[in-house]
Design a binder for this molecule. Structure first.
Ligand code: AMP
Length: 193
C-alpha cells in the first residue's frame, strides 16, 4: 500500500519552464490522491515548486533536511520538517518515511538519490518501487546510456525495465502502485569450493 512518496528533484529550476510546471503537476497529483510528499525540505528550484504546489492543493509534505543546510536556506512552512544530522541520516529518514520513490529532472544530487534507491532495490535491500518522471526529453540521454550499460553486461535488462518511466504524473503513480515486487536480486555468484 502506498501512502507516501519520496520525490527527488533539483535545487535549481532548470532552463525550461516545463521543469517547474511538471514539479507543480506532480505536487497537485500527490495532494489529489492524499499521498504524503516526502522530499529534501528546500524552498528552491523544482523542490520548492513541488512542495508549494502540494501544500497549495491541500496535500501533506514532510521535508527532511540536514542541519547544515537548514541553517543556510529559506524555508516553507511544511506539515512536518525533520532536521537530520547529515546526508546519510537524511536519506535514511526519507526512505523510512516513504513507500515509493520518484525522481524528477534534477542535478547530481537528484541522480545520487535516485541511483541509491534503485540500486538498493536491485539487490533486494528494499521492495519499494522506483520511477522517473520524464519531462521534455530530459532523461532520454541517461536512459540511452543505461541501455548501453545493459548491452555491455553490467545491468540486467529486467532490472533496467524495473525502473518505471512515464511522462505523466498520474500514470506514473498508477504504475508505481501496481508495480510487481522486486525481481530476483542481483547478487554476486558464489564461487564453488
Ligand atoms: P541537485 O539535483 O544537484 O540540485 O540536488 C538536489 C539536492 O540538493 C537535494 O537533495 C539537497 O541535497 C540539495 N540542496 C541544495 N540546496 C538545497 C536547499 N536549499 N534545500 C534543500 N536541499 C538542498
Amino acid at each position: 500500500m502506498i501512502n507516501s512518496i519520496c520525490v527527488f528533484c533539483g535545487s535549481s529550476a532548470g532552463s525550461k519552464p516545463e521543469y517547474i510546471t511538471a514539479a507543480e503537476a506532480m505536487g497537485r497529483e500527490l495532494a489529489r490522491r492524499g499521498l504524503t510528499l516526502v522530499y529534501g525540505g528546500g524552498n528552491v528550484g523544482t523542490m520548492g515548486a513541488l512542495a508549494r504546489a502540494t501544500l497549495a492543493a491541500g496535500g501533506k509534505v514532510t521535508g527532511v533536511i540536514p542541519q547544515k543546510l537548514y541553517e543556510k536556506v529559506d524555508h516553507v512552512e511544511l506539515t512536518e520538517l525533520i532536521v537530520s544530522s547529515g546526508m546519510h541520516e537524511r536519506k535514511a529518514r526519507m526512505a523510512e518515511a516513504s513507500d515509493a520513490f520518484i525522481a524528477l529532472p534534477g542535478g547530481i544530487g537528484t541522480f545520487e538519490e535516485l541511483f541509491e534507491a534503485w540500486a538498493w532495490r536491485q539487490i533486494g535491500f528494499h521492495s519499494k518501487p522506483v520511477g522517473l518522471l520524464e519531462v521534455a526529453g530530459f532523461y532520454a540521454p541517461l536512459l540511452g546510456f543505461l541501455a548501453h550499460v545493459a548491452e555491455e553486461g553490467f545491468l540486467r535488462v529486467s532490472h533496467l525495465k524495473d525502473l518505471v518511466v512515464d511522462e505523466d504524473p498520474c500514470r506514473l503513480i498508477d504504475r508505481l502502485i501496481s508495480a510487481p515486487p522486486p525481481l530476483e536480486p542481483k547478487l554476486p555468484e558464489r564461487k564453488n569450493g
